[in-house]
Design a protein around this ligand. Structure first.
Ligand code: GRF
Length: 220
């Protein structure tokens, strides 16, 4: 059973999808704690499922590194990132860049979900950036977190067609409909060893990215 700590900042719909998946006894992962950098509304999904939650506010710390050290400590208290079974950190809507020292502590057992087809549109405004770029296609990427911003090896992607005149909120909602099952499937594949996060070839051409295809086979 793969142990997870999920990190969020917002409404936590991806977190909720993971909680629901973990409630199925055949799902090979379980969430041991949920952390946030703010009093995120999504934390209620964890508390109502009886999962411990913690908040580490950046403003309570002198520097980003200090914040990261404290966050790492809270995660390690749940047995993640230590010993021979390091578990997995899932950044599911954590809207803050993790300090490099934090990433090094847990690497490569730390993944993120991002609402664009990386390497396109990294950063905090991926959906807005795709619209501003008049893109006709975008999607979602689950990737390993490395020292850069949304630059780590891509594990899974799913794409959709952007509708004419679609606004940011509607597009983001449609992306999230793809994102939730993609995240659940990727975590399952990591737990089952179908994805080996320690494989140095991860993200290289030797490891083609699996593009999820919608059931009807079209781009939408
Ligand atoms: C997701 O689209 C995630 O990729 C982005 O923020 C959104 C979080 O959504 N970074 P939710 O809080 O899981 O509903």
């Amino acid at each position: 059973m793969l142990k997870l700590v999920v990190l969020i900042s917002g409404t936590g719909s991806n977190l909720k999808a993971l909680i629901d998946a973990c409630q199925d006894e055949t799902y090979p992962a379980s969430i041991v704690a949920v952390g946030a950098d703010v009093d995120a509304p999504g934390l209620r999904h964890a508390t109502s499922a009886g999962i411990p939650v913690f908040i580490v506010h950046p403003q309570d710390h002198e520097s980003r590194d200090e914040w990261g050290r404290h966050l790492a400590q809270r995660i390690q208290e749940h047995g993640i990132g230590i010993g021979t079974t390091p578990g997995l950190i899932v950044s599911a809507g954590l809207m803050r860049i993790l300090p490099e020292s934090f990433v090094q502590t847990f690497s490569p057992h730390i993944i993120n979900t991002h609402p664009a087809l990386l390497p396109k549109y990294p950063g905090a405004h991926a959906v807005r950036d795709a619209l501003a770029d008049s893109a006709t296609t975008t999607g979602v990427t689950v990737h390993v977190i490395d020292a850069g911003v949304d630059t780590g090896p891509v594990l899974r992607q799913a794409s959709l067609t952007i509708y004419a005149h679609e606004n940011e909120a509607d597009l983001h909602n449609r992306i999230k409909e793809l994102e939730r099952p993609l995240l659940v499937d990727t975590v399952r594949d990591i737990a089952l060893g179908r994805i080996d996060l320690t494989d140095p070839q991860l993200g290289s051409p030797a490891h083609p990215i699996r593009q999820e295809q919608p059931a009807n086979g079209s781009a939408e």
